[in-house]
Design a protein around this ligand. Structure first.
Ligand SMILES: C[S@@+](CC[C@H](N)C(=O)[O-])C[C@H]1O[C@@H](n2cnc3c(N)ncnc32)[C@H](O)[C@@H]1O
Length: 198
C-alpha cells in the first residue's frame, strides 16, 4: 500500500477491499464512486476473494454504512435493482444514490433515497459538459442545505479520470481515494499536477 499526499488530498494505491477505510480516513461525510461493475474486473483484481460484483458491493456497503451517511454511486439502469436489493438486505439506515445513464448522457438522473423504503426522483441536470453537471448539482445540494458542506469526500474506486478528485478541488473539499492500479494512480496524479501545478 502506498499513499500519495498533495494539495490536502490523499490517494492510496491498494486493494480497497483489503483496507479498513474508516481506520485510515475516519468519518467521511460523502462517498462518491463509480465502482467496477464488471464481474470480470472484480474477480480479477480481488483474486477470487469476491465471487461477484454483488459480493464485493455488499461487503463495501456494510463497511461504508459505519462511517458515511451519504453515498452517491454511479450506475447504469441494469444495476439499480440489484443494488437496491442489496441495500434492503443490509437494512441501510440512509443512502442517497444517483443513477446516471452512464457517461453517454447526463440529461437526467434519479436520486434515490433509501431509508427502509426507497423512492426514485427524476431531476433535470444542469446543462454542461463532462463532469460539470455533477459538480454543479452537488454544489447546489450543499448550498441549498440538503446537507452541510462536507470536509472530505471518499472515492474507494477512484480510477484515472479524476472525477471525484477534481470535483473536490472545485468545491474546496479534501479528496480521499483508493485505486488498485499503480499506473492509474500515477496518471491521475500527473493530471492533477498538470492542471493545478502544485
Ligand atoms: C469504473 S472505474 C472508475 C472510473 C473513475 N470514475 C474514473 O474517473 O476514472 C473503477 C475503478 O476501480 C478500480 N478497481 C477495481 N477493483 C479495485 C479494488 N479492489 N480496489 C481499488 N480499486 C479497484 C479499477 O482499476 C478502476 O479504475
Amino acid at each position: 500500500m502506498e499513499d500519495y499526499r498533495f494539495g490536502g488530498h490523499i490517494i492510496i494505491n491498494a486493494d480497497t477491499t483489503e483496507l479498513d477505510l474508516y481506520g485510515i480516513f475516519g468519518q467521511t461525510p460523502i462517498i462518491y464512486t463509480d465502482p467496477p461493475w464488471n464481474d470480470y474486473w472484480v474477480t480479477r483484481f480481488s483474486e477470487g476473494k469476491h465471487k461477484s460484483f454483488i459480493d464485493l458491493i455488499t461487503n463495501m456497503a456494510i463497511q461504508f454504512k459505519k462511517f458515511s451517511s451519504i453515498m452517491y454511486i454511479e450506475m447504469g439502469r441494469a444495476n439499480i435493482d440489484t443494488f437496491l436489493e442489496i441495500m434492503d438486505y443490509n437494512k441501510a439506515t440512509m443512502l442517497n444514490l444517483w443513477k446516471l445513464p452512464y457517461k453517454t448522457s447526463y440529461s437526467y438522473l434519479y436520486r434515490g433515497y433509501f431509508n427502509g423504503k426507497h423512492e426514485a426522483l427524476q431531476k433535470e441536470l444542469p446543462s454542461g459538459k463532462g463532469d460539470e453537471p455533477i459538480i454543479e448539482l452537488l454544489d447546489q445540494d450543499i448550498k441549498t442545505s440538503l446537507w452541510e458542506q462536507p470536509s472530505t469526500i471518499l472515492d474507494p474506486f477512484i480510477g484515472v479520470d479524476g472525477r471525484t478528485l477534481f470535483m473536490a478541488e472545485k468545491l474546496g473539499i479534501k479528496c480521499r481515494g483508493v485505486e488498485i492500479s499503480p499506473l492509474k494512480v500515477k496518471k491521475l496524479i500527473d493530471k492533477y499536477y498538470r492542471i493545478y501545478g502544485k
